[in-house]
Ligand binder design. Structure first.
Ligand code: UD1
Length: 359
């Protein structure tokens, strides 16, 4: 079986790692296409190195742009790549512009399409990621769902027959990397003098970074916390803060560049709390049992909320108070699987391989 993976953004490299290893272990051919959506070394190359992912076979070098420009550039470059490799499956990951571009190219060329991390919904129709995931699910021949909740969403949209529950590949990689960390609190990446009692924060979504009042309120709340706040800054956060004259070194803030994955896992493990607007980090915080406060109005990972390990900061003024909330009740619930989702994914791809079309 030949699988062609399309990836381009930071969280997709993390999900690619266990899939690449599981495909290799099962003796399948794997072609990796990097769209170039993320291109800074700290946003891309370090993930391939640290997570032992083979170098991409194809790099489209698309770079940044508006949604239409970026997605269109990927789409126009993909046809020739798919024609050349003619995979049994195109596998797309998550909900970025690279996901929808890979999905559209595959369906237009009648190549079977599988969507990993299918069925997630925020029900927020203004999020670019919501457009990408809904459209990709409906284009896909196989929807590989991480959770029962995701399976329910797929069924509600008439996609039950194309859906399969495989678990969450981020659990695979997060637990493996966490088990490897020699000194969880100090894998590296934290600034000197932060100590052992700190908050880890990331803010990168356009809805938070691109509105100066909102960004000022979020940064102000973090800066006012009574512990050091390690803020790992996505390039967009750095750019917008500079543009709006917002000081990312104010008060308790200790701003650092984006962390590599092992450092991020170690930093989450060592933190007293996480504050984020990332999807993946909410879940990693739960897997590593660090309480999380999510600076969004909704989340796709509702299990983290139901189990008490995550809360939504609907009112930005309450961020400091939410970060300081009492510790959640311990739980051994495993809504994101047992760390073997990549093997289940590869098995399902082999079982559901469509019969070749007859001319
Ligand atoms: C994308 C995904 C988002 C995911 C995030 C992870 C979409 C619609 N969104 O958002 O779901 O959570 O990746 O990080 O695909 N930039 C750099 N260097 C880079 C990459 C980006 O400087 O290597 C800057 C550019 O100014 C760019 C901006 O960051 O315009 C945003 O990057 P983009 O790829 O458009 O989306 P993300 O916000 O990263």
């Amino acid at each position: 079986m030949r699988i062609l993976s399309v990836v381009g953004a930071r969280p997709q490299f993390v999900k690619l790692a266990p899939i690449a290893h599981a495909l290799a272990a099962a003796g399948h051919e794997h072609v990796i296409v990097h769209t170039g959506q993320h291109y800074d070394v700290k946003m891309s190359d370090v993930f391939f190195e640290d997570l032992d992912i083979p170098a991409p076979d194809v790099h489209l070098g698309v770079g940044s742009g508006s949604h239409g420009v970026q997605t269109g550039a990927m789409l126009s470059a993909m046809d020739a790549v798919l024609e050349e490799h003619r995979p049994d499956w195109v596998l797309v990951y998550g909900d970025t512009n690279s996901t929808i571009a890979g999905a559209l190219s595959a369906v237009k060329l009648h190549i079977p399409l599988a969507h990993l991390e299918a069925g997630l919904r925020s029900f927020n129709r203004s999020m670019p990621e919501e457009h990408n995931r809904v459209l990709t699910d409906h284009a896909a021949d196989l929807c590989l769902a991480p959770t029962q909740v995701a399976m329910g969403h797929l069924a509600a949209e008439g996609l039950a027959e194309r859906a399969a529950l495989v678990g969450d590949v981020m659990t695979d990689v997060c637990l493996t990397v966490a088990a490897r960390a020699a000194d969880p609190a100090r894998e590296g990446g934290l600034p000197d003098g932060v100590g052992d009692d700190y908050v880890l924060a990331t803010i990168h979504r356009a809805e938070n970074t691109d509105d100066p009042d909102r960004l000022r309120a979020i940064v102000g709340g973090l800066a006012s916390l009574p512990y050091p706040v390690v803020l790992t800054a996505h390039p967009r956060l750095t750019a917008r803060a500079e543009q709006f004259g917002i000081d990312l070194a104010a008060g308790s803030l200790r701003t650092v560049e984006p962390l590599d994955y092992p450092s991020m896992v170690a930093a989450v493990q060592g933190a007293r709390a996480v504050v984020t607007d990332s999807g993946g980090l909410q879940k990693e915080a739960f897997l590593l049992r660090t309480p999380c406060t999510t600076v969004r109005t909704e989340t796709e990972w509702t299990e983290t909320i139901d189990l008490g390990w995550n809360v939504l900061a609907l009112d930005l003024d309450r961020v400091p108070e939410l970060v300081d909330r009492p510790a959640p009740a311990p739980t051994d619930a495993a809504p994101y699987g047992d760390g073997h989702a990549a093997e289940a994914t590869v098995r399902t791809l082999a079982e559901r391989l469509p019969a070749p079309a007859t001319a």
